[in-house]
Design a protein around this ligand. Structure first.
Ligand code: TXA
Ligand code: MG
Length: 543
């Protein structure tokens, strides 16, 4: 394609002179940047294959990604589509002009380059007055993809188009900032239903007002497998991506902050909701209000371009809601991230089980495998030395549990395990300070960048420590096995061991409350293999 001088790319006002310049260019086989309410398009005469070829060249667009054909009146659909179903008519009536693209069987007049060889065509009637005036005055439908360089964020202003395509096109018609900010919703039109291939300004809820079924294509929220056929070819490409690596980080604002603090370098920035900037001392970009998806849609591409111009290498982004227009925001940001979504707050696996069940063996194994341990027994040993705790325990169980001014743990255990009400008393005193210790320890580990946390707590459920866990694994074993191990390990009399056993919860207690249960049948190899399986499922294979 003939390169034109950068200075030859002109931004036209949308007055009659500008419109007529754009019209002449299009009718002479050229391409023009045009405003629409979604994003700017790069338009050519849809009947003219040679003109459409220039769109692909200017954008560097893969030839297998079809274009949308834009019309200005519903009646024009009959020239573009071979078949206009009742559902298509209903949808057109409800949502056109507006941000909806319908995929219909194409008419024989549509050149194959427009539909990238498919037998269907995407059709849209934009609501932007400048776009409609231009289409009308041209008297031909306009094939137009978004007017960005392929792979980059779609343009929402004439300046964005200029930035991407200067020197490659002659004219950009300036219609102000696009009001929606994200591209149209692309749907397959079905029998009284639609399948959303690309979410946009028309939402699931909007469609349900008009048709009875709405489904969402798998490609909207997940990466298609290599070689899989995309229902909408554009969805298979990495898209909307700034030069910096953008990563979505799931979690509360506080968890997000901790995650960023643990991972930031001097080349890191954040993409957060308006009003959240105060919590960060690194470059901050914002994309709308957390509770207002339309404001996020409006800002997203603009901010992705700002990020593209920064020299940051990594930007951590807050995760938008997927509801309403949020589905489109999420879908675009997910692609800008190349599908990278991290979970802030790591993954805490709770480990519990009956005494003597082999829980400690599992714990040692997982720590050796790299898990960061929160050892509740250890925390309890610190807590039990606190003067206020000593005082409370003496009040509950008598001074005889003291030796040399400290709590004698064995004596205390003797009392506490004597009956259930004593055990409850003990827990009532010990648990609240232990829980705050667990929380503090977890925060410390997360700040240090530890994401695979193991919370070892003999009374995980009873104490409420479960609240810090993303999943729990319980280790259980037959009573005879446990009895034998307790006798050996803790050097207890049969009577004391039996008392301790009877204070323990039964198998069902653990099975009901745990996501994973390991039944220890006696072999250490089996036990570790099971532990490995649980760890892989919680923390991933590649730890
Ligand atoms: O809001 C919009 O739709 C903007 C403005 C300019 O109208 N246009 C736009 O076009 O976003 P583009 O080319 O960037 O995206 C069109 C999407 C692509 O994902 C493409 O694969 C899909 O629509 N598409 C087009 N024709 C299709 C067809 N026949 N079957 C399935 N998907 C199709
Ligand atoms: Mg595009």
């Amino acid at each position: 394609m003939k390169q034109i001088q950068e200075s030859e790319t002109r931004i036209l006002s949308p007055d009659s002179e500008g419109l007529s310049c754009a019209r002449e260019e299009i009718l002479h086989g050229g391409v023009v940047g045009i405003p629409t309410e979604t994003v700017y398009g790069l338009a050519a005469n849809a009947w003219d294959a040679a003109a459409v070829e220039k769109i692909f060249q200017a954008k560097g667009r893969p030839a297998d990604n079809p274009l949308i054909v834009h019309i200005s009146e519903f009646s024009e659909i009959y020239e573009v589509a071979a078949e206009v179903t009742q559902t298509a008519k209903k949808l057109g009536k409800a949502f056109w002009p507006g941000p909806l693209t319908m995929i219909l069987k194409k008419s024989g007049r549509i050149p194959s380059i427009v539909s990238a060889g498919l037998d269907t065509v995407g059709i849209r009637m934009p609501s932007h007055p400048v776009a409609r005036k231009l289409i009308k005055s041209c008297g031909v439908p306009l094939a137009a993809p978004s007017a960005n360089v392929s792979g980059k964020p779609s343009p929402t202003t004439a300046e964005h188009v200029y930035h991407d395509l200067k020197g490659k096109i002659r004219y950009i018609l300036d219609g102000g900032e696009s009001s929606v900010g994200l591209e149209s919703t692309v749907v397959l039109v079905l029998e009284d239903g639609v399948k959303i291939l690309r979410p946009g300004g028309i939402t699931v809820e909007d469609f349900l007002q008009v048709v009875s079924t709405v489904t969402v294509d798998d490609g909207v929220f997940s990466r298609l497998d290599d070689g899989a056929k995309a229902a909408s070819p554009g969805m298979k490409y990495k898209h909307y991506s700034p030069a910096a690596n953008v990563i979505m980080v799931e979690g509360s604002l506080e968890e997000f902050q901790t995650y960023v603090a643990a991972h930031q370098t001097d080349q890191t920035g954040v993409l957060v909701f308006a009003g959240e900037e105060g919590g960060f001392s690194l470059p901050c970009f914002t994309f709308g209000e957390e509770k207002d998806s339309a404001s996020q849609a409006n800002r997203l591409f603009d901010v992705l371009r700002e990020i593209d111009q920064s020299d940051l290498d990594t930007v951590y982004a807050r995760v938008p809601s997927k509801k309403g227009v949020g589905m489109a925001v999420y879908n675009r940001l997910l692609r800008a991230c190349g599908f990278q979504v991290q979970k802030a707050g790591g993954f805490t696996l709770g480990l519990t089980g009956q005494t003597g069940s082999g829980k400690s063996t599992v714990c040692d194994f997982l720590v050796k495998q790299g898990a960061a341990l929160i050892d509740c027994d250890l925390l309890a040993r610190g807590v039990i030395k606190r003067p206020e705790v000593i005082q409370a325990l003496c009040l509950a169980f008598g001074e005889e549990i003291l030796s040399n001014g400290e709590i004698d743990r064995k004596k205390l255990a003797g009392k506490a395990f004597a009956d259930r009400s004593n055990l409850e008393k003990l827990n009532g005193i010990m648990n609240p300070p232990i829980l705050s210790e667990i929380q503090a320890e977890k925060q410390r580990l997360l700040r240090a960048g530890k994401e695979h946390i193991l919370l070892d707590a003999p009374t995980l459920f009873e104490s409420g420590a479960e609240q810090f866990c993303d999943a729990v694994v319980s280790v259980i074993a037959p009573e005879s096995v446990r009895m034998e191990r307790i006798l050996q390990r803790d050097n207890l009399s049969e009577k004391a061991a039996a008392a301790r056993m009877s204070a323990q919860m039964d198998d069902a207690f653990y099975i009901d409350r745990s996501q994973y249960v390991i039944e220890n049948q006696g072999s250490i190899e089996d036990l570790c293999r099971e532990a490995e399986r649980v760890a892989a499922s919680c923390w991933g294979e590649s730890r």
